[in-house]
Design a binder for this molecule. Structure first.
Ligand SMILES: [Zn+2]
Length: 216
């Protein structure tokens, strides 16, 4: 596999593990009697499936505006944060074992990832706005893109979780453009975002046809 693909995959896998472990430890905290994270077995992690209300609680903890917001067990988001930090400080070798399990069972594999970036219609396209690699190349070369950061980046494409709740699992990772990825965030599902992406596509096509990046 191309070195560039392996690097991109390892970045996705790393991000995926950080999120997944955090979700798992948050769930362990919620399931405990007193808000402490106790012993965790590898088997438990391997078969981990959060319930809908646990996922909702996890997202709530991430959206909390302050650590003093109430969370669970009559305690605050701060106490969840402390429990997770303590667990990680006390279990570095177990964390490494969980990472290996994650890479095997809870994340898109290198081979599946390769399929994602193997263009089926001749070239890569954003799954949401449907613009292609050559559309973006044209926009950038003709100075029709305002995002300055992009001129220093190798690719206009990124990887997004279609359904943010499911993480970077097989069939949930989408190839999408930098702008759709930024606009969609973790707030919207792929289905909810589609009409927004098609509206963005109309703007891109307008720029291509008028050769202007629009009014300043
Ligand atoms: Zn897009």
């Amino acid at each position: 596999m191309l070195p560039f693909l392996l690097t991109r995959h390892s970045v996705v896998r790393k991000r995926s593990f950080a999120r997944h472990l955090d979700l798992f430890l948050t769930t362990s905290y919620l399931r405990s009697r007193d808000g402490s994270i106790g012993h965790i077995s590898q088997d438990e992690y391997c078969h981990f499936q959060p319930a809908a209300e646990e996922l909702a609680a996890y997202l709530r903890s991430h959206q909390a505006r302050s650590l003093s917001e109430p969370f669970a067990h009559g305690q605050t988001v701060q106490s969840l944060d402390t429990a997770i930090r303590q667990w990680r400080a006390n279990n570095p070798s177990l964390e490494a074992e969980l990472r290996a399990i994650h890479d095997q069972h809870h994340c898109i594999t290198a081979e599946e990832f390769k399929q994602l970036v193997s263009p089926q219609k001749g070239e890569l396209a954003c799954e949401y706005c449907e613009l292609t690699e050559s559309d973006f190349r044209q926009l950038i070369q003709q100075g029709l893109v305002r995002t300055k950061r992009l001129s220093t980046r190798g690719s206009s494409f990124e990887f997004d979780c279609r359904d943010p709740e499911q993480g970077y699992t097989k069939n949930n990772v989408a190839l999408c453009c930098y702008w759709c990825n930024n606009a969609k965030t973790d707030e919207f599902s792929a289905g909810e975002f589609k009409p927004v992406a098609l509206a963005l596509a109309a703007v891109w096509r307008q720029r291509l046809s008028t050769q202007s990046p629009g009014p300043q």
